[in-house]
Design a protein. Structure first.
Length: 220
């Protein structure tokens, strides 16, 4: 349950806030003389508004992701791609890896964003953005020590808890660092991090596509 704690805590916090907010509104409107039916109708309108707003935000994010994936598929025919979450702390990992490789990222990693991992015979790349993908980090095949699984901080906005992640070991002349990226799938529009066998299958596919070593624990 440890790996899912971040998402659960985030949901609990959001629900608790909504309950307190709605409860305060109901109390205030009751004090103002509004009927119970009126209070319920007000709460339903607010709940509907919140739902619509969330769906609009998710739809925009999903459209950007699809546009990015289409462009990357055209640029890297036959490559394996995986949706990943760029989280708080990814910027530091990308900076360390870029420093080892002697390159500069096109932009600093955002605090929270959907990204795409691309793996082919040239190596492994991490992209964000929409119809004009931005490369955050490109690791040549020769500089990939191995790929496997790791554990990283949760990608939710509260940064609470941990999740399993795809780990890319960047090795440059015996100096190495890691970049951990949660791989996800969409469930009712929301991002759900993969774990266990589902994550290991993605890791194997990345290793095969990039023709790089696979961590023994995943291979076994």
């Amino acid at each position: 349950m440890r790996r899912r704690r971040g998402g659960i805590v985030g949901i609990v916090l959001v629900v608790a806030y909504a309950a307190l907010r709605f409860g305060f509104l109901a109390y205030r409107e009751h004090e103002d003389g509004m009927s119970t039916v009126g209070i319920v109708e007000s709460l339903l309108v607010i709940a509907l508004g919140v739902f619509v707003l969330i769906e609009v935000v998710l739809a925009v994010q999903h459209a950007r992701t699809r546009a990015r994936e289409r462009v990357l598929a055209e640029r890297h025919p036959g490559a394996f791609t995986a949706p990943v979450l760029v989280k708080r702390g990814t910027a530091a990992e990308v900076d360390r890896a870029a420093g080892l490789l002697g390159v500069r990222p096109e932009r600093r990693a955002p605090r929270s964003a959907a990204g795409t991992l691309v793996a082919d015979q040239h190596g492994i790349g991490l992209y964000v953005g929409g119809g004009t993908p931005t490369l955050l980090l490109g690791v040549p095949r020769a500089a990939v020590g191995q790929v496997g699984t790791g554990t990283t901080s949760s990608a939710n906005r509260y940064g609470v808890g941990t999740v399993e992640a795809l780990r890319v070991v960047v090795d440059s002349g015996g100096r190495w660092t890691t970049v951990d990226l949660p791989v996800y799938r969409r469930v009712v529009g929301f991002s759900l991090a993969l774990h266990d066998d589902a994550l290991r299958e993605v890791v194997r596919s990345v290793a095969a596509a990039a023709q790089v070593p696979l961590d023994a624990q995943v291979r076994g």
